[in-house]
Write a protein that binds this ligand. Structure first.
Ligand code: FE2
Length: 499
């Protein structure tokens, strides 16, 4: 079965193609339009479809629109409850109307596709499928914690033989994701965009008011409560270019801590009902790698797999997988996040020539890169297909010497980021530290605990001095021939915005 999956309702618009249970392509629209998150998550942008991502995914899979057996859309407007708390009654109907018309909007893009093949997939079922159907183990428990779907903000369930049993779902307006979004806006960052900055800022704070927050944000059975919070009583609101106060970091710290506590409680509830050692995560909060680390270290589950595209972009894949599985296709595991667009040698060389960038092709690329890093240079690493999801997982990255403390500042300057933002040490898998129980890597290429450097020592803990997520790769990983050609000798490659 050939299925095109779409995410277009909120943000991180994306497309994916699944052919006979195998993921052929998946990519966010932002990677083509260069517009971060594809579009703003407002009702009057719901009609916008990920045009370029759709075109690329179909081309990558070698399909014409008329070849499609199904189109899967990761939102079901029939499930929207206008009476749900937390929805804006003045605008929500517009989002619903646009979603209902999506099959026909798509027809304007793909005139030869058949709207009769269009399927609406419940948003959190799409999130769940994006992880549960492709994780590197079979049956599993699934935890989706999100901002919002049609009328809920979470889903707890279990996959058995590729069939999802939904055990619990939290109704709006209670939402861990929306709580975090509100805090993001209060701290002067972009709502539905910069939540990862809050996660980083939290490591600098002290959770002084956590007991107060626990009274408002806490787990309750397979759900939770997120009561309205007077943010200004805890820290003044910050403008986007305003100064960071200790109170801002403290506020981020208590919400981060509360989030982790609620997720741990949900994991305990899910474990009690499933007794399944495998847990998969999806939904926007599954991008919170600090929380994921606690779930891996402290929850009863022994294996954990977060979908790399845990945010809404991953629902394009999850919707397609859901329809394919329901049709009887056997779904193949997702073995890599490198599902996006790649470039062949000729295309890269043509760009370098046009830009008049001096380049060469080292005979031994690893040696050349190692020499640059040892000399405290910075390497822009570009290899293979782009990652699906927001995290750099080894295909679009900056590499620098990890033992030089000032390299964190250099990297953040190059990327135009706040200086509290973390970097990720990379180590060979067989050399990764094993002494601390916190140092266990839930996924091979993206680990999620924080490391700090202080007084010449490296420790696995949260610290205001510098933080990082550890990544590891097996020593057998070698650059492909394509990558050998696309990494130039420049000590400081032209800064781009891939990462
Ligand atoms: Fe979502």
């Amino acid at each position: 079965m050939r299925v095109l999956g779409l995410n277009a309702v909120f943000h991180d618009s994306a497309a994916a193609v699944v052919v006979d249970g195998r993921i052929a392509a998946a990519a966010e629209e932002e990677r083509f339009s260069r517009r971060k998150h594809g579009k703003r998550p407002v009702p009057f942008s719901t009609w916008e479809l990920p045009e370029q991502a759709i075109a690329w995914c179909l081309a990558e899979a070698g399909l014409e629109p008329s070849d499609l057996d199904a189109v899967a859309y990761s939102y079901d407007p029939r499930l929207v409850d206008p009476a749900s708390g937390g929805l804006d009654p003045g605008w929500e109907h517009l989002r619903t109307t646009y979603a209902e018309r999506a099959p026909y909007f798509l027809r304007t893009l793909l005139p030869t596709y058949d709207p009769e093949t269009f399927h609406f997939v419940r948003h959190h079922v799409a999130h769940a499928a994006s992880a549960g159907l492709v994780a590197p183990f079979g049956d599993c428990a699934v935890l989706v914690a999100d901002g919002r779907g049609e009328a809920t903000s979470s889903l707890l369930g279990e996959y058995r033989d590729a069939k999802l049993d939904i055990l619990a779902a939290q109704s709006l307006p209670h939402s861990l994701g929306l709580l975090y979004e509100d805090l993001t806006a209060h701290l002067g960052f972009a709502r539905s965009s910069d939540e990862y900055k809050v996660m980083a800022l939290a490591s600098y704070g002290t959770p002084r008011h956590l007991p107060l927050l626990r009274g408002l944000v806490h787990a309750e059975g397979g759900g939770f409560r997120t009561e309205p919070l007077d943010w200004n009583a805890l820290a003044p609101s910050r403008t986007p270019d305003g100064e960071f106060l200790d109170a801002h970091a403290d506020l981020a710290a208590i919400v981060q801590a509360a989030l982790e506590e609620v997720l741990l409680e949900l994991c305990g509830w899910l474990w009690d009902r499933t007794q399944n050692p495998n847990l998969v995560l999806a939904g926007g909060t599954a991008l919170n790698c600090v929380a994921n680390t606690r779930l891996f270290a402290e929850s009863p589950f022994t294996q954990l797999w977060p979908q790399p595209a845990a945010g809404d972009s991953g629902t394009a894949l999850g919707a397609a997988l859901t329809v394919a599985a329901e049709a009887g296709d056997r779904i193949e595991p997702m073995t890599s996040a490198a599902l996006g667009r790649g470039f062949d040698d000729e295309a890269i060389e043509a760009v370098l020539r046009t830009a008049r960038v001096r380049y060469e092709r080292p005979d031994d690329l690893p040696d050349a890169v190692a020499a640059i890093i040892a000399d405290n240079g910075i390497v822009a690493w570009f290899t293979g297909r782009a990652e699906y999801g927001p995290r750099a997982l080894g295909y679009r990255s900056l590499l620098a010497h990890p033992s030089r403390a000032d390299n964190v500042e250099r990297l953040n300057d190059i990327k135009g980021r706040e200086q509290f933002r973390p970097v990720a040490p990379m180590v060979l898998a067989e050399r990764r530290p094993r002494s601390s129980p916190a140092v266990r890597c839930p996924v091979r290429t993206c680990c999620s605990f924080t490391m700090s450097h202080r007084n010449g020592e490296t420790a696995c803990r949260r610290s205001p001095t510098s933080t990082a997520r550890l990544g590891s790769r097996p020593s057998t990983t070698r650059p492909t021939r394509r990558s050998r050609r696309c990494c130039g000798p420049s000590r400081l490659a032209p800064a781009s915005r891939w990462w």
